[in-house]
Design a protein around this ligand. Sequence first.
Ligand code: CA
Ligand code: CA
Length: 174
Amino acid sequence: MKIKFLKNGLENNKKTILIGSIMILFAVLFSFFVLKNIYKKDMIIFPENATYYVENQEIKLQNSQIFLNPVYKDLDQDDDEDAILMFTQSPGGSGTFFYVAAAINETGSFRGTNAILLGDRIAPQNINFLGSTVVVNYAERKPEDPMTTQPSVKVSKYLIIENGTLKETDQPAG
Ligand SMILES: [Ca+2]
Ligand SMILES: [Ca+2]
């Protein structure tokens, strides 16, 4: 009886230790995955929350500033998808300035570039691509037109990424 009791006791202890170890293992794995995801969320920067540069000033975009959601395309020919987006800035007064900026994909996280000014209260149409050249189509006013006139002059701006900077170009690189 005594021996059997002891044996049972030992076996119960073993069971407890085994269950305990499994629980600890699960707890460790669980925290590992939770922490990993939190870490990941902190590390990944999406085009919407990247830092952009307007005339060398760092800016973070408010949702209300994003006029055209990021369009994804490999802009620097390294086989990952970068992004291009359009946003507005209304620094006091009545002006609404439209800008285009790119976000460079750096192993899944995005680094914002400088922004290129399109103009005040223009009429954006769309963003297309010619190879890795970005084509921004919009309409603006004639220089002599007052701001009350509807933009009627069609413009295409060609933009490329060169050494991590967004630049205007005349000739589409194709
Ligand atoms: Ca790329
Ligand atoms: Ca890249």
